[in-house]
Write a protein that binds this ligand. Structure first.
Ligand SMILES: Cc1cc2nc3c(=O)[nH]c(=O)nc-3n(C[C@H](O)[C@H](O)[C@H](O)COP(=O)(O)OP(=O)(O)OC[C@H]3O[C@@H](n4cnc5c(N)ncnc54)[C@H](O)[C@@H]3O)c2cc1C
Length: 305
């Protein structure tokens, strides 16, 4: 990325935070990842509308992230521009039982707003450590709820700077998947969610119960990206991994959590290559012993061997 181009982006969106050679380990929950050539924090949709057509026109690779809670970024980092929608891109509006949230709003914050407004349907999301944008791309879900159940509209930006809209149905939500997941050039701007009136005490009790279940079962004390693998039909990934003898298995500082065998954790200074090798070995071991192919839920960004 030339200095000249960095200057051009800075002039185009002067109010945005822009830095060069930013370690992605600072922006992923795995605390892993080499540098992005350019890293931009966006706070306004208008900044994206100026930036994206320019990057597309110049064929500069870009990638949008939320909280990086489902990402493994390679040790070599990302050659191009990483755009983060977090914190400042997080306006939330409530209109009767409809919540409209900007893509950078955290799932926890939106769930809290639902609680304050006595709206039920988002309890499952309170403990998912990502943004609404990432959640809608991934069709994030937990404990029987998923984004598919509540999302009614998704507004997103095309590479030419136009804003388009998908209904919940048009999003083609499936298990940890959506139509926009296969179009990383499109950027989710805003998500509309329809909830139901509920009882505040009951909503709170459910959230507290789910938070306790997470704390008891998940290695939340270590950096990770949550469940490393998707749930194979008819099985539980963690059980297969444990039964195959991988509980506690390590490659460098990357380890299969003993508390929850479905989580790969970073116990110190794990490299992306360690995590990748561990994932590959676990997949091979499980396939060899049980004939089940584990598909990673974690998304890989950058070059891997
Ligand atoms: C401790 C822990 C527990 C977890 N528990 C769960 C769980 O219970 N259920 C679950 O489903 N997941 C869980 N996860 C995984 C993760 O939190 C979710 O997948 C979450 O939805 C990712 O959101 P994010 O904002 O961090 O997205 P990122 O990880 O930053 O990005 C994920 C994908 O979404 C894309 N993306 C992000 N924002 C946008 C946008 N605005 N426009 C277009 N594309 C975008 C990225 O390009 C990438 O492809 C967990 C993770 C951790 C660390």
């Amino acid at each position: 990325m030339s200095k000249e181009y960095f200057d051009e982006i800075s002039k185009l969106i002067p109010a945005a935070e822009i830095v060069c050679d930013e370690p992605m380990s600072k922006h992923t929950t795995f605390r892993i990842g080499g540098v992005a050539d350019v890293f931009i924090k966006i706070s306004q949709p208008e900044q994206l509308q100026l930036l994206i057509p320019k990057l597309a026109e110049k064929k500069i690779p870009y990638y949008v992230i939320g909280k990086g809670s489902n990402l493994l970024v390679s040790d070599a980092g990302f050659r191009g521009v990483v755009i983060q929608l977090e914190d400042a891109f997080d306006e939330i509006q409530v209109n009767n039982n409809v919540i409209t949230a900007r893509a950078g709003a955290s799932m926890a914050k939106v769930a809290k707003v639902a609680l304050q407004n006595k709206l039920t349907g988002l309890e499952f999301a309170a403990g998912i450590p990502g943004t609404v944008g990432g959640g809608v791309i991934m069709n994030a879900g937990a404990y029987g709820g998923e984004m598919k159940d509540i999302v009614t509209k998704v507004r997103y930006l095309n590479t030419d700077g136009t804003v388009a809209e998908h209904t919940g149905e048009e999003m083609q939500f499936a298990y940890r998947n959506s139509i926009l997941k296969s179009k990383p050039e499109c950027i989710v701007l805003e998500v509309e969610m329809e909830l139901q009136p509920g009882d505040e005490a009951e909503i709170l009790a459910t959230m507290q119960d789910l938070a306790k279940r997470r704390k008891d079962k998940q290695p939340l004390e270590y950096p990770s990206a949550g469940s490393t693998f998707k749930r194979p039909e008819g099985y539980f990934a963690g059980k297969l991994i444990g039964d195959a003898g991988f509980g506690g298995y390590c490659v460098g500082d990357a380890s299969v959590s003993e508390k929850h065998n479905g989580f790969v954790i970073n116990t110190g200074n794990a490299k992306a290559a360690d995590v990748k090798k561990l994932i590959d070995e676990v997949r091979q071991g499980v396939e060899k012993q049980f004939g089940v192919i584990l598909e990673p839920e974690v998304i890989f960004l950058g070059e891997f061997e």
